[in-house]
Design a protein around this ligand. Structure first.
Ligand code: NAP
Length: 247
């Protein structure tokens, strides 16, 4: 198994995906933005379970930093794994913002655009030369692309764009046998957008066929499967991982 990069691997879904991928035998380069200590904890948990992980800093909104990030990855690949290629990339980093459409500012719109669509586009473009034949790219989107949820319009619109981009990436990278899929979580118990309070969680559980909100592991297992050869014939799909949310 090869080495993968997971953006936003310091917390939530990304942290759980990093641990699951490592448990499946993958080397993991995980990134953090503002919480290096959380990323270090994830690396320690991976190492305690017998895997190998390295944490690097990355702001997905800062496209100019991506070439330097690629150089840092190459150094880590060489020093830690004795290789110069990647077998996977998970575009997971993100943040939530609740604001009704009528009051969204241009700065809020641009901030969400950079992290949820422009960043994944140019990060993937920058790391493409490092991706091996048969590599797997997983883009994290959201069930809000299917169910309109008041207060998250720009976020959902950019996640929808990322689902379209997923199909275009699959089309254009297919000649290198690189698979590209989107994983679209429903409500998951993380700190995204300030996390869930009891009342909100009860409402979301009520709207979900399986009667509860999701845990990061519920999504992480699917990401790890798509990164592995078990997902070798899954391509250009958006897979909702939401327990049957509003069906
Ligand atoms: N939780 C849900 O219910 C849910 C539902 C649908 C989709 N999603 C999507 O799933 C992905 C993971 O969300 P989560 O719930 O796990 O969130 P989370 O627990 O809040 O974790 C977010 C992660 O993204 C990183 N991050 C945030 N802004 C960044 C930036 N500008 N550059 C680089 N890294 C950045 C954070 O790093 P630091 O902590 O180091 O700053 C952290 O590792 C996101 O794309 C989110 O939109 C989540």
């Amino acid at each position: 198994m090869g080495v993968i990069v997971i953006t936003g691997g310091s917390r939530g879904i990304g942290a759980s995906a990093a641990e699951h991928a490592a448990r499946c035998g993958m080397g993991v380069i995980l990134t953090y933005n503002q919480h290096p200590e959380d990323a270090d904890d994830v690396v320690r948990r991976i190492e305690r379970a017998g895997g190998k992980g390295v944490a690097l800093n990355l702001d997905v909104a800062d496209v100019e930093s991506f070439k330097g990030f690629r150089d840092a990855i190459l150094l880590v690949l060489r020093e830690t794994w004795g290789t110069s290629t990647l077998s996977g990339l998970v575009n997971n980093a993100g943040y939530g913002l609740f604001n009704p459409l009528a009051s969204v500012s241009e700065a809020q719109f641009d901030g969400l655009f950079k992290v949820h669509l422009k960043g994944p586009f140019f990060l993937t473009q920058t790391l493409l030369p490092l991706l091996e034949e048969n590599a797997s790219i997983v883009n994290l989107t959201s069930a809000t692309t299917r169910v309109a949820t008041a207060g998250v319009a720009p976020y959902a619109a950019f996640k929808g764009g990322l689902e379209v981009l997923t199909r275009y990436m699959a089309k254009e990278f297919g000649d290198r046998r690189i698979r590209v899929n989107a994983v679209s979580p429903g409500a998951i118990r993380t700190e995204l957008g300030g996390g869930l309070n009891d009342e909100f969680e009860a409402m979301l559980a009520e709207q979900t066929a399986l009667g509860r909100v999701g845990e990061p592991e519920d999504v992480a297992r699917v990401i790890a499967m798509l990164l592995s050869q078990d997902g070798a014939w899954i391509n250009a799909q958006t897979i909702e991982v939401a327990g049957g949310y509003i069906i």
